[in-house]
Write a protein that binds this ligand. Structure first.
Ligand code: MCA
Ligand code: AMP
Length: 491
């Protein structure tokens, strides 16, 4: 079975039902039924094929939330091609790396993003043909299409995830991997065709793409797609009575709590049946404040780009703040002696794109020869209830507003700035973002910090640019010369 087979179930049963209801920038509504979505996907697939896309190819999207993201994704599945989504906050260095590594056949973008692509040099664009989402509507409706039938094991998504090495790696996610997460969530969260998901998360990461979009389409539900998250608009939507589900990162819940405290809590919130949080730790204070305001206990779950969803608090049963619940259907989880959490299941990816060594390092084999993925997250398990709690990470990952920030990548950019001899980046707690990066610098003479910030912003995503800088004499190092970040001021 592939993902199109899964989405074909509601297509056959409820073809006229809205699959997607998109709020346009002008505030209008654009509806696409399951049947219309399918027709548009086949038309775009024919256009992609005419531009050379073949089974096994990759196509990059540098695209905000809009209906063409969804129709074009389904088009790729018709062709047996895989999606490489690029975070819209990424800048030259990050985009060039992904294009060079994934060598996509096409890059689908939208007019407003072209200036960021123009920052790339010709060689960095790797000869990729650019297609504009705004032009897709004019592609012919009657072009011939010879659909491929991807196998479950074929690549569906190539998802770049920041690495400890400073360069991101492409996690190879097959149709089967997505199917495993989706079918697990359909059961665990009691999805129904009557559900309507308010989706304000970006579609370029697993949370919005797989947990949100793919699961909703498999359920035969309606996706209320928004261009972006804005707390006042989200509160109005949630109170409006149309959505039944909302998925967010903790920063979104922090902002929803602030917004709800500013005004009246809309009565329509009572229609909501489930609020979920993930991608970063939800502070128990946020869980409690949200429950006091709305009566809803946020369901926290835990996943990764490489694995899809692994653990979840119960749908029916007590949701414990500060914990991430028990394994989803079909997922096995266990703890190493070091406390590192290992997972296995059909949801777990096969490896990193063209990186067999990094793949090998990410798995361990047990006494029965079975392969377990090393999450890098440290956890504990309550022996009585089996409930997992995340305790920290083995690596230096910083989680800012649900986006991953790896210090090494930022340090490389900082030390390429004239006058910065050494740099060490660490995460510091922040009430809204959870954590933000802070940089310690060893410099030659005075440096202009605002010029350094501009330098960083041209190269890496804004959320990776350190919020605080401190110049110090030397970096604390151990006898082996390794920087001891916990000894930095404020650590
Ligand atoms: C935006 N800014 C941020 C972040 N986002 N700073 C720190 N951390 C962030 N996450 C900065 C921008 O650089 C900019 O600053 C300023 O905020 C305004 O940018 P804007 O884009 O307008 O911000 P926003 O719309 O308010 O964004 C906040 C947000 C967004 C909606 C919470 O960060 C977001 O959509 N987060 C969701 C991330 C997500 O989907 N993660 C899932 C990964 P300046 O102008 O100075 O540059 S998948 C995953 O983790 C796994 C699988 C899982 O378990 O889900
Ligand atoms: P990513 O590589 O973007 O998929 O991010 C995966 C990481 O996000 C995990 O390894 C965790 O560190 C973190 N994460 C996801 N969900 C949660 C959660 N509910 N609580 C704490 N951390 C989380």
């Amino acid at each position: 079975m592939n993902l199109l087979d899964l989405f074909a179930i509601p297509l056959q049963e409820t073809p006229a039902k809205p699959a997607l209801r998109f709020r346009t920038e002008e505030g209008g509504t654009l509806d696409l039924s399951y049947a219309e979505l399918s027709v548009a996907a086949r038309r775009i697939a024919a256009g992609f094929a005419a531009r050379g896309v073949q089974p096994g190819d990759r196509v990059a999207f540098f695209l905000g939330n809009r209906p063409e993201f969804v129709t074009s994704l389904l088009a790729l599945f018709h062709l047996g091609a895989a999606l490489v989504p690029i975070n819209l906050a990424y800048r030259r260095r990050e985009i060039a790396h992904m294009l060079g590594d994934a060598s996509p056949r096409l890059l689908l973008t939208e007019r407003s993003q072209l200036p960021f692509l123009e920052e790339l040099e010709e060689a960095e664009k790797a000869g990729v043909e650019i297609v504009l989402a705004e032009d897709l509507a004019a592609w012919p409706a009657d072009a011939p299409l010879a659909p491929a039938r991807p196998d479950g094991g074929d690549l569906a998504l190539l998802l770049y995830t920041s690495g400890t090495t400073g360069k991101s790696k492409g996690a190879m996610i097959s149709h089967d991997n997505v199917l495993a997460t989706v079918t697990g969530l359909l059961a665990a969260w009691a999805w129904e065709a009557d559900d309507a998901l308010l989706l304000t998360l970006p579609l370029f990461h697993t949370h919005g793409l797989v947990v949100g979009l793919c699961t909703a389409l498999a359920a035969g539900a309606t996706v209320l797609l928004r261009r972006r998250f804005e707390a006042p608009a989200a509160v109005a939507d949630l109170g409006g009575g149309e959505p039944t589900l909302f998925f967010g990162v903790p920063t979104m819940y922090v902002r929803l709590v602030e917004e709800l405290r500013r005004g009246e809590v809309p009565a329509g919130l009572a229609r909501m049946r489930l609020f979920c949080s993930g991608s970063a730790p939800l502070a128990p204070e946020t869980f409690i404040a949200f429950r006091e305001l709305t009566g809803h206990a946020i369901l926290e779950r835990y996943g990764m780009t490489e694995t899809g969803m692994n653990l979840s608090n119960p749908y029916a049963g007590e949701r414990l703040p500060g914990t991430v619940g028990t394994p989803l259907p079909g997922v096995s989880a266990r703890l190493e002696e070091s406390g590192e959490l290992l997972v296995r299941g059909s949801n777990v990816f096969s490896g990193y794109w063209q990186a067999p060594e990094k793949t090998a390092e990410s798995f361990v084999h047990d006494e029965l020869g079975r392969r377990w993925f090393r999450t890098g997250d440290l956890a504990s398990r309550d022996p009585a209830t089996g409930v997992f709690t995340l305790l920290g990470r083995r690596h230096e990952l910083i989680l800012s507003g649900g986006f991953n920030v790896y210090p090494r990548e930022i340090e490389e950019v900082l030390t390429s700035f004239p006058g910065v001899r050494e740099a060490a980046v660490v995460g510091r707690k922040h009430p809204e973002w959870g954590e933000v990066p802070m940089a310690f610098l060893v410099t030659e003479g005075e440096i202009d910090v605002s010029a350094l910030i501009t330098f960083c912003k041209a190269r890496i995503a804004g959320f990776k640019v350190p919020r605080m800088f401190q110049v110090i004499e030397t970096l604390p190092r151990n006898a082996l010369g390794k920087v001891q970040k916990h000894l930095l001021p404020g650590g």
